[in-house]
Write a protein that binds this ligand. Structure first.
Ligand SMILES: *Cc1c(COP(=O)(O)O)cnc(C)c1O
Length: 359
């Protein structure tokens, strides 16, 4: 098969980001768990995180955890999507810890632990307003009561997520609330929990501006390592590299065509009625990648004068009329990607993910 389309990842830049993040967090006694889901649990990314000093890896998918556990048997693995009932046996078998928001899951984990003569660690997942997963303050009491009946399930911490669904920012008051809820959890459990896990990449801003409440001692970071960005905060993180990866796609057609379709118009391949701006005849290029592989809204051509017009399942259509460099059949066109696009690319089995070293 061809090497293209290729998501070309610059290892040195990932190593740079990993070292910076872990060092910044370490200075403030924050332990970082490296989240691998953005690249579908890619082992090379996992290796970079471990070399940089992550003692712990996390992913949202049991499949990724299973594969990583085989490669790195000694490394603790955490499932960060609250578990499905149907995956509890594999959770206990291959993951060391997980985030849990439903107390009903606890006895099921307990049973799976007893059957396998294992123990499992959890962090209680709370919702401080983002309205994705997590329990509310009034639920802490019952959660703790259920936990006390599950001797093989150790509650090691409390965790919260921001920015993922409701777009809620991890402000200091929210994180103070995490500490309060954790203190209540500890007192109901009768032992101190170790971890106050204050979120993900979007919480790094609190370290930078010095407003992270004392007591928050754990973060689960993915995006910042991979892209150097903070999507929720809508910013590039100033001390990180954003030049971490490039999508390269190959030109399969290059031709001057009208800018508006001609003929009787129905719906496109995805059921949308397309609309077009009249710009006369324009040179366009097709590159071999499509919506099956890629969330096209999240890419940006690197060369000036190239514009994304749209895509079908397998064809990405570009306006190259103003491209500074002339393009011919077989040329590779480079794109920057955002988190959503990276995620879709790493999931597609038609895209080659390559780690290269070039500083
Ligand atoms: C995805 C995810 C993370 C990592 O988020 P980033 O924004 O990539 O740093 C952390 N925690 C949970 C629960 C997640 O789902």
């Amino acid at each position: 098969m061809s090497r293209w389309p290729m998501l070309s990842i610059n290892s040195d830049q990932l190593v740079f980001n990993a070292n910076r993040i872990i060092q910044k967090c370490r200075e403030r006694n924050i332990t970082v768990t490296g989240v691998t889901k953005g690249l579908s649990g890619h082992p090379e990314f996992a290796r970079i995180l471990l070399n940089a000093g992550c003692e712990w890896l996390a992913d949202s998918r049991m499949d990724n955890i299973y594969h990583l556990k085989k490669l790195f048997p000694g490394i603790p693995m955490m499932l960060i999507r609250i578990p499905m009932k149907s995956e509890i046996p594999s959770l206990v078998e291959y993951a060391d810890s997980s985030l849990v928001s439903m107390k009903e899951i606890l006895p099921m984990i307990e049973r799976a632990c007893v059957e396998r003569k294992k123990t499992h660690e959890i962090m209680m997942m709370v919702d401080l307003g983002d309205l994705r997963e997590g329990l509310m303050e009034k639920d802490i009491h019952d959660f703790a009561r259920t936990l006390r009946k599950c001797p093989h399930v150790m509650c090691t911490g409390i965790a919260v997520n921001f920015g993922c669904f409701g777009g809620v920012i991890p402000t200091p008051d929210k994180l103070e609330e995490l500490i309060r809820w954790g203190t209540q959890l500890s007192s109901e459990l009768g032992y101190e929990i170790s971890w106050y896990s204050g979120g993900a990449t979007s919480t790094l801003i609190r370290i930078e501006d010095g407003s992270l409440p004392a007591g928050v001692n754990h973060l689960r970071i993915g995006e910042a390592f991979l892209l150097g960005t903070d999507c929720t905060g809508q910013r590039d993180i100033p001390y990180l590299s954003q030049e971490t990866m490039i999508l390269e796609c190959e030109v399969v057609e290059i031709r001057t065509k009208p800018s508006v379709p001609f003929g009787t118009i129905g719906a496109d391949a995805f059921g949308n009625i397309p609309s077009f701006e009249q710009r006369g005849r324009r040179k366009r290029a097709i590159v071999a990648i499509g919506k099956q592989d890629l969330r096209i809204e999240g890419i940006e051509p690197i060369a000036k004068g190239i514009e994304v017009l749209g895509a079908s399942s397998d064809h990405l259509i570009l306006d190259v009329e103003s491209a500074e460099e002339p393009l011919i059949l077989g040329d590779k066109i480079g794109f920057r990607v955002n988190y959503g696009s990276m995620l879709s690319l790493s999931t597609s089995s038609y895209v080659n993910v390559e780690f290269v070293q070039k500083t």
